[in-house]
Ligand binder design. Structure first.
Ligand SMILES: Cc1cc2nc3c(=O)[nH]c(=O)nc-3n(C[C@H](O)[C@H](O)[C@H](O)COP(=O)(O)O)c2cc1C
Length: 439
């Protein structure tokens, strides 16, 4: 019998006792006011310590400009009261799109992106005239998971047998060469310029979840300037961050980083040699220290490769249809994500780290999040699926002192199912008039 269980907790004490039973270090505090305290990130004041994570909606126009559902989503997030809104993955080149409706951060879409920023800020004014959430746009190339026109069209930087099979690769296909990666760096820098012109406060170079820049961090088996030793595997990210910083000094540069890919060594970043299930965050810490030296202002820590083992990065109650029920208890996944962010935050105390993995905790999430803040295990607390279900969770917390149990995310994987079916993603339960569940 595996340890996986559905969410059965009625009281916070039940969560705490399950954590004890599983031998987990799960911080808890009853002082949830900590979440509402003002904070600072990259020299900017934040209204509170709550953030919305990047969540792809797959609802842009075919040209990559924001669509009606994109505007709706960010207006809802804007009125929701979080101090930081981390906008979803936007591709820097058409062939790097994860789906035909992913936002494209190209010059031709500057006006549309500016409208998205303006409408989000206007929505945020409804929270209060001085409420000015920080707006960061995530920039990406979807790499092996690219599906720019619908069918898979992977671009890889190395072969990884366990992941090749997932995307229909046989092992002999060519990988992107160094010159293509040099050009892609230019595309990231150009896209950062577009984001700045559209009015975003900052950009994130997405280095997580097995997408292209993330895959490069674990490119042990690759020859040339972008593979092999740590210095080469991290070159793309380091140079891109440095170049954006030099070119656009007023723009915050952030990174969403996989602390570990949860792949065995030598196939992934953050693997422990000799222990196929082990993780080691030493390289993540070393990399973040270097990035801070190049001007990194904000870090968001996550883990795993969602197409392979979604439970690592988004602990769930129910898997996507046809997906496996994992061996581990979802609370183990939550604690692992908290622990990864904590280890990096402890190593780089001056950098605000945004923590991940709280939505599964439902109405008890604020207590664990407050425990994390109280013990300095992260600087900010991010919510992904919760924001789809309950976009004004921050406002509710400040006005009522709690999350409404009837509005929280149920971690049912309905949003992931919509995304996998190539449909616009949102909450198929709490927002079902707009996002009808897949059948
Ligand atoms: C439908 C869907 C879309 C997502 N899109 C992104 C994305 O664009 N960029 C990203 O870094 N993570 C993305 N994620 C992951 C979330 O940001 C977040 O890390 C994950 O859901 C775990 O946090 P949670 O437990 O609060 O949901 C996505 C997750 C889902 C379910």
């Amino acid at each position: 019998m595996g340890r996986h269980e559905r969410f059965l907790f009625r009281r916070l004490e039940d969560v705490e006792s399950k954590a004890r039973e599983l031998g987990l270090d799960l911080p808890v505090s009853r002082d949830i006011g900590l979440l509402l305290q003002p904070a600072e990130a990259a020299g900017r004041a934040l209204a509170n310590r709550l953030a919305i994570h990047p969540m792809e909606g797959a609802d842009a126009e075919a040209d990559g400009g924001p669509g009606e559902l994109t505007f709706r989503r960010y207006e809802r997030f804007g009125t929701g009261g979080c101090g930081l809104i981390w906008f979803e993955a936007a591709a820097v080149v058409p062939e790097g799109r994860s789906n035909p409706r992913q936002i494209l951060c190209l010059r031709r879409n500057t006006d549309g992106l500016r409208r998205l920023v303006d409408r989000t800020r206007a929505a945020a004014e409804r929270v209060g005239p001085s409420h000015l959430p920080l707006l960061i746009l995530q920039l990406t190339h979807s790499g092996r998971f690219a599906k720019p026109a619908g069918p898979r069209s992977p671009s890889i930087v190395r072969h990884i047998p366990a992941l090749d099979a997932l995307v229909g690769l046989e092992g002999g296909e060519p990988v992107l060469d160094d010159e293509a990666l040099d050009r892609l760096q230019d595309d990231f820098v150009k896209a950062a310029g577009v984001a700045a012109a559209a009015g975003f406060d900052g950009v994130d170079i997405k280095a997580c979840h097995g997408y292209l820049v993330s895959e490069l961090l674990g490119a042990f088996g690759r020859e040339g300037r972008y593979g092999g030793p740590f210095e080469n595997r991290t070159r793309f990210l380091r140079e891109t961050v440095g170049r954006i910083r030099d070119r656009l000094p007023g723009l915050i540069v952030a990174v969403r980083l996989n602390a570990a890919d949860a792949l065995p060594f030598p196939f992934g970043f953050g693997a422990e040699p000799g222990d196929p299930a082990g993780m080691n965050f030493d390289e993540a810490k070393a990399l973040v220290r270097i990035l801070v030296g190049s001007g990194l202002g904000l870090l968001n820590v996550t883990m795993g490769i969602p197409f392979q083992r979604p439970q690592i990065g988004r602990p769930f109650n129910r898997p996507v249809r046809g997906g496996e029920i994992p061996e581990e208890h979802p609370l183990e996944g939550v604690a692992r994500l908290i622990g990864a962010a904590a280890e990096i935050q402890a190593a780089i105390p001056g950098l605000p780290v945004v923590g991940t993995g709280y939505s599964w905790l439902r109405q008890f999430a604020p207590f664990v999040a407050a425990g994390v803040l109280e013990r300095g295990k992260a600087g900010l607390i991010g919510f992904g699926r919760m924001a789809f279900a309950y976009p004004d969770f921050a406002l509710d917390l400040s006005r009522r002192g709690r999350f409404d149990p009837r509005r929280v995310c149920l971690a049912c994987s309905g949003c992931s199912e919509l995304a996998r079916a190539g449909r616009p993603a949102g909450c198929a339960v709490r927002d079902r008039d707009v996002y009808r569940p897949t059948l």
